[in-house]
Design a binder for this molecule. Sequence first.
Ligand SMILES: [Fe+2]
Ligand SMILES: [Fe+2]
Length: 300
Amino acid sequence: MERQNAIPGHITEEQFNQMLISPESFGAKPESLSEQLFIERSLTENRFWLRIMKEHALFLGEGFNRKDTQHIQAADRFYHYFEQHERKSYQLANNVEVVRRFNEESIELVHGFRNFKRNLLILIINCKISGFNFPLLVDHIAREAEYFMRTLKKFNKGILEPIQDAIINENVFWLRIMMEHSRFIASLLDQSERNLVNVSRKFGDDFETLLNQARDVESMLYHKQPTYPIIGKMNKDSENATTELQAFKKAGLELIKSCQIRNVINPLLADHVLREAGHFLYMIKVLEDRLNQKKISEQR
Ligand SMILES: [Fe+2]
Ligand SMILES: [Fe+2]
């Protein structure tokens, strides 16, 4: 067919077709991870998460019915595996191959622990085992294990997700974690601590709103053309809310340690959720720096 000439005021064939191209094809491509960054980021994540995994084993162990010696022993075994592996993470040579192998060992160990947690969850919600491990808490710590594995797998592939996708993924994961921490705190405080229970619940609702907003952004912009102002603002909103929650958790930890409030929170658990807020803030900072560098390099 002969090509039509453009009629003034009418859309051309080219203009029409332009809008039919897959928007995903305008998404940024993954970037490569430098060797130095690979080592640094791997060590940071391993040291942080191996301690967290070790503590999950401890918390699960404390939450079982005391007659359930099988699960208590299994949790103890994981505690020792993670303790040994965590110790090893401080003794590694500064070498890409050594770190890559260590990441693989972590993935294998965490994979087993993730399965253990997920199998437990099924037993708990089918009333096959009793105790005080809330289903949502078990799901929460299983998700943390899955996140840790995903992160190490990305490192071992040597790639960095495009900054927009990385910011979306991290926020969707972490905002849910922060929302749940707030609600776990609310349910482990004694209900006579009316003020603190209300404040924790309010944090839970605020993070739920941020999480839903982040999911909306994910739906609109994941794998799409870079839209930095929206992404930057989301990261900033998360930073502000998490800084506030971190201060609340820190104050709570002090009150628990000095026995000034009525609660059933293990001080180590209070410290654990405080460290996780700190790690989210660290991730936000890493992403913000990458985003700023990206903006500068694109202005040139
Ligand atoms: Fe955790
Ligand atoms: Fe957590």
